[in-house]
Design a protein around this ligand. Structure first.
Ligand code: NAD
Ligand code: ZN
Length: 352
């Protein structure tokens, strides 16, 4: 069910101002000159690219992240790169939150694997080695920097390209990049890390590896959101939360939250918070602590989202949830379908 071996991204550097080390990394790793940058649209016209490496043969894509990445976006990026670059790209660099990092991961795969991005949504469907890729997070919590998946919304489902080939080859962690993140976004994405760790620790797939990372990530989240720790620790928490699920799985919250994102276009972190607030039955103590953080941070969650929902849309959300077999068996056991019925899922959605 879960990966039988532990894989963590091999090379990571961490430190304030380390974005500037990108040039050295490219040299040391003997990467060629054909560089493709994916940068979160927030940084457009920010002068941000001045610190990046120029070889005279690079492509820049400023990614609009108002909506989470779609499989069709990946297909467009890939054909654009193939048309614009005369030879194969040497490296894909993703600079942004989970959305942009996932775009970079997926593009690196689709450049060397035929077909459409939607063909690879699922577990271990990628055959060919991807283009070398570097991840540089500017928002912390998703753990996308270290995870083995690139989450995409396709025509039929929101699901990741779950494959070892999704993992970055190199990661640059520079907490200075987090300084412009708005308060609400910092909370929502930070809670993604908290919830990954809660779901790993409470799941059936847990082992010592995942437990140790999840435990530390939970402690750091508490210190960041209830205490006085800052972005450096949030960045480490995100990575540890990511590690905790590389060798485990998420749970009930993520299974339901994909349905919320699909139906209402609400970003992952916020959708998770809306769902988690209704999960006392599954994660009682952690939901209590979550509410403490929510209050301390002064966040008002959206309420009454599903008040006027049509039966058709509700069914679509239930269908999306039922696809999440691994998270649900992690959370509820192999016979999860006996307890997590369509009726039960609808009841939960109708509280949101
Ligand atoms: P995001 O990447 O969607 O970004 C959210 C917002 O934050 C955007 O408006 C963006 O412009 C802004 N932003 C990013 N960095 C900023 C900065 N430094 N300053 C100011 N604004 C900044 O948010 P996210 O929560 O990091 O990622 C969500 C996505 O990640 C979803 O698509 C989700 O499905 C995916 N995800 C992936 C994994 C994985 O393992 N691959 C895990 C969890 C979630
Ligand atoms: Zn998540």
């Amino acid at each position: 069910m879960i990966p039988q071996k532990t894989f963590v991204s091999p090379k990571i550097i961490f430190g304030r101002g380390y974005l500037k080390k990108l040039a050295t990394v490219l040299l040391e790793e003997k990467i060629g000159n054909n560089i493709v940058y994916f940068i979160d649209g927030f940084f457009t016209n920010s002068g941000f690219e001045k610190v990046l490496t120029f070889t005279g043969n690079e492509l820049f894509f400023y990614v609009d992240t108002k909506e989470e990445p779609k499989t069709e976006d990946i297909d467009k990026f890939v054909s654009n790169i193939k048309e614009s670059m005369t030879s194969q790209s040497d490296v894909i660099i993703g600079i942004g939150g989970g959305s942009v990092m996932d775009v970079a991961k997926a593009v690196s795969i689709l450049l060397t694997n035929a077909g459409l991005a939607e063909d690879y949504q699922g577990w271990d469907l990628v055959k060919n080695d991807p283009i070398y890729k570097i991840g540089i997070p500017t928002l912390s919590g998703t753990g996308a920097e270290v995870s083995r998946t690139a989450v995409l919304t396709g025509p039929k489902k929101k699901q990741g390209i779950n494959s070892l080939k999704s993992m970055f080859d190199y990661i640059i962690l520079d907490p200075e990049l987090l300084q412009t993140v708005p308060k609400e976004q910092r909370f929502y994405t930070g809670m993604d890390c908290y919830i990954h760790s809660v779901e790993a620790i409470n799941g059936n797939f847990i082992n010592n590896f995942s437990h140790a990372y999840a435990d530390k990530a939970l402690q750091l989240c508490e210190e960041v959101f209830l205490g006085n720790k800052g972005d450096d620790d949030l960045m480490i928490a995100s990575m540890f939360g990511g590690y905790s699920i590389v060798y485990s799985e998420v749970g009930v919250c993520h299974a339901l939250s994909y349905g919320i994102s699909l139906a209402y276009g609400i970003h992952h972190g916020e959708a998770n918070c809306i769902v988690f607030d209704q999960l006392d039955e599954y994660y009682p103590q952690h939901v209590q602590l979550f509410r403490k953080m929510l209050n301390k941070y002064g966040i008002q969650l959206r309420k009454g989202l599903t008040k006027n929902i049509t039966p058709k849309l509700l069914d679509k959300m239930v269908d999306a949830t039922l696809l999440m077999e691994k998270p649900l068996s992690n959370a509820l056991g192999a016979n999860w379908q006996d307890v997590f019925t369509r009726k039960k899922i609808k009841e939960l959605f109708l509280k949101m």
